[in-house]
Design a protein around this ligand. Structure first.
Ligand code: NAD
Length: 262
């Protein structure tokens, strides 16, 4: 595979939180990055924080919109002349129980995360196959794709959908040299728009802790007693698409500081 310093990455939902940390890390390693997000100004502001337009550009793309997804792939080809790494990171969480979840809630969660990552992966795969240079597709799934917790059925179900997309695409795209892997983070409170936008308050209520202590609460229930930061997820993306991990596909890496078995 090409060295990371010569590679071009597209990260969805990268105006904030984990996605922004991923784009920042890839750019720090010398890659060029396209930051795709709902809000053009936020995407461009995140790109400008990372570097000049030679290194990072921001584009408006709702991952549910097929044409906007294609335009974000085209933006990578146009701005940087290729595409090597695609990170399906865009997401949201409504954090509702089964009885609270409406059909509209279910559809929104599944549209953004299951359908959105399908659209991004399909458009990316076309470009990667066309280039004949291999590549990496990485899904930011969740610990919730594997472990059940209360009050987020639609979110968790769609994260499990993403996890199976990883396995299916690893099988289908391997012959083209495209690796497909996932990351399962948990408890990334600091910097997360999802946590700041209501999920944090709801989770704090579920666990019976003040919202400002949620990060510490998550940390004390991990095996390592550490809080997980967006940078820790970005480190796992770096490892997955570095040339040292050229023979790994279909894997999910937990970035959760360790989950107790019981
Ligand atoms: P965040 O809100 O900071 O980032 C999510 C980004 O996705 C935002 O910038 C938002 O504008 C964007 N987005 C939402 N809908 C979109 C759409 N339709 N099209 C394009 N962009 C869209 O939250 P975060 O915590 O950094 O979450 C990033 C990803 O990590 C999500 O997929 C989330 O489910 C996953 N995740 C987070 C945690 C955590 O503990 N924070 C744990 C497991 C998984």
């Amino acid at each position: 595979p090409k060295p990371l310093a010569t590679r071009i990455a597209l990260v969805t939902g990268a105006a904030s939180g984990i996605g922004k940390a991923i784009a920042t890390r890839l750019a720090a390693e010398g890659a060029c990055v396209v930051i795709a997000d709902l809000d053009l100004e936020k995407a461009q502001a995140a790109a400008a924080e990372i570097g000049s337009t030679d290194v990072a550009v921001g584009v408006q793309a709702n991952v549910v919109d097929e044409a906007q997804v294609q335009a974000s792939i085209d933006a990578a080809l146009l701005a940087f002349g290729g595409l090597d790494i695609v990170v399906n990171n865009a997401g949201l969480s409504l954090s509702k129980s089964l009885l609270e979840t409406t059909v509209a809630d279910w559809d929104l969660q599944h549209n953004v995360m299951a359908k959105g990552s399908f659209l991004v992966s399909r458009a990316a795969a076309r470009a990667l196959i066309d280039q004949k240079m291999g590549g990496d597709i990485i899904y930011i799934s969740s610990k919730n794709s594997v472990f059940a917790g209360p009050n987020n059925i639609a979110y968790s179900a769609t994260k499990a959908d993403q996890a199976h997309q990883v396995r299916l695409l690893a099988a289908e795209l391997g012959e083209h040299g495209v690796k497909v892997n996932g990351i399962n983070p948990d408890g990334v409170v600091r910097g997360s728009g999802i946590f700041a936008g209501g999920w944090g308050a709801k989770r704090a209520a579920v666990y019976g802790v003040p919202e400002e202590e949620l990060g510490a609460y998550y940390a004390q229930r991990t095996l390592l007693k550490r809080e997980v930061l967006p940078e820790n997820v970005a480190n796992a993306v770096f490892v997955l698409c570095s040339s040292d991990l050229s023979h790994t596909t279909g894997l999910h890496i937990p970035v959760d500081a360790g989950v107790a078995a019981a």
